[in-house]
Ligand binder design. Structure first.
Ligand code: SF4
Length: 102
């Protein structure tokens, strides 16, 4: 995403009038969506497993505004970005359910 340079005005707390501050509108997410990525919110990943040539990611609704029920989605590639503890927790649960290396 194109992003103007910071001018160092120091008004970050009230929002950036120069478009230099990273927000969800300025990061990689809009670019990914524009290239076909699906974005899920209010979902908590329980574990991942191999499903043929693809990956299957299991999730459950998270939070009172979460729509739908527990389910899963498949993907060619999965990148865990749940932080050091969250990603490790997902990997450990995946191992408990039989996921090994790969
Ligand atoms: S408000 Fe924007 S331009 Fe000003 S210091 Fe913060 S990021 Fe930089």
């Amino acid at each position: 995403m194109p992003q103007p340079a910071c001018v160092g005005c120091g008004n970050c707390c009230s929002g950036c009038n120069f478009g230099a501050k990273n927000t969800t509108l300025m990061n990689y997410l809009p670019d990914a969506a524009n290239h076909g990525a699906q974005i899920f919110t209010h979902a908590e990943v329980s574990h991942v497993e191999r499903d043929g040539e693809r990956w299957r990611v299991y999730y459950a609704p998270n939070g009172k505004d979460a729509p739908g029920e527990a389910g899963s989605v498949t993907a060619d590639h999965v990148i865990l970005g749940a932080g050091a503890l969250g990603s490790t927790e997902i990997l450990l649960r995946s191992r408990e359910k039989g996921r090994s290396r790969g």
